[in-house]
Design a protein around this ligand. Structure first.
Ligand SMILES: Nc1ncnc2c1ncn2[C@@H]1O[C@H](COP(=O)(O)OP(=O)(O)OP(=O)(O)O)[C@@H](O)[C@H]1O
Length: 240
């Protein structure tokens, strides 16, 4: 569902993702790495929100450089960016309906899909509340509902559990485990709790390069996250 070959992402002179090879199918895949390692930059490219400067990328079997195929990818894509803005006077329902409209969903199906997405993030009792009256964690859950509303085949979540209370984190983990059966989910996170609760595999980026890809168990056996990141720094690749 994601196939990248020598994918390179740059911001002016900074290389954020360096010659990445990646093949991911259905399942929940954690994207880990120190601050500045390139996680958000990679997710933006996978979300077709920014182009790669080099390399090949196929998303859901399609080439995001071709406008018609990019449109098809976007219809099947859910993306929660690390920070996102929303019209503060919109209700929860309006925020999620707006996302459905942006994703070109037919009006009739969208009404039910919006209710379902709001329910999946536990905000049904706040459907008519204005976005500006919500807590930080609830706002993040609105963002997750926006990402889910079109039942995406490719779901990209940038630190979705930040600010969620423990019960909501558990609820999201359960939802992601369920979605992973039919969806390719990439979850950028700093929390090993997320990895152990719902992920089938973990990818570690350090200083823009992939330094590990394997199951949570393989990660433990390889010395754990800290061991791998410290080992990479000692090998002369200090993270920015
Ligand atoms: N818009 C930008 N312009 C210039 N440089 C950028 C931009 N966005 C990111 N960078 C740089 O690209 C590199 C990767 O940043 P990125 O935000 O992708 O890392 P990250 O792994 O998501 O970090 P964090 O864990 O802090 O969210 C960093 O060196 C960062 O300073």
């Amino acid at each position: 569902m994601i196939s990248a070959t020598r994918l390179t992402v740059r911001h002016r002179r900074t290389t954020a993702v360096d010659s990445l090879d990646l093949d991911l199918g259905n399942g929940v895949h954690a994207l880990l790495g120190p601050n500045g390692a390139g996680k958000s930059s990679l997710l933006r490219v996978l979300a077709t929100a920014a182009p790669a400067v080099e390399g090949e990328l196929r998303l859901l079997g399609r080439d995001p450089r071709r406008p018609a195929e990019r449109l098809e990818i976007r219809r099947r894509l859910g993306y929660l960016p690390q920070t996102f803005g929303m019209f503060r006077g919109f209700t929860v329902r309006e925020c999620v309906s707006y996302a459905a409209w942006l994703k070109d969903m037919p009006n009739r199906g969208a009404v039910h899909a919006v209710e379902r997405a709001v329910d999946r993030v536990g905000l049904t009792s706040r459907t008519d509340a204005k976005y500006r009256t919500l807590s930080g964690g609830m706002r993040r859950r609105v963002g997750i509902a926006q990402a889910l509303v079109n039942d995406p085949r490719l779901l990209l979540l940038d630190e979705p559990t930040t600010g969620l209370d423990p019960a909501e984190r558990d609820r999201l983990h359960a939802l992601l485990r369920q979605l992973g059966a039919t969806t390719t989910v990439v979850l950028a996170t700093h929390l090993m709790e997320d990895v152990h609760a719902c992920c089938d595999s973990a990818i570690i980026l350090c200083a823009s390069r992939k330094v590990f890809l394997g199951s949570p168990q393989a990660l433990r056996e390889a010395g754990g996250y800290a061991g791998i990141v410290e080992g990479d720094a000692q090998a002369g690749n200090p993270s920015r």
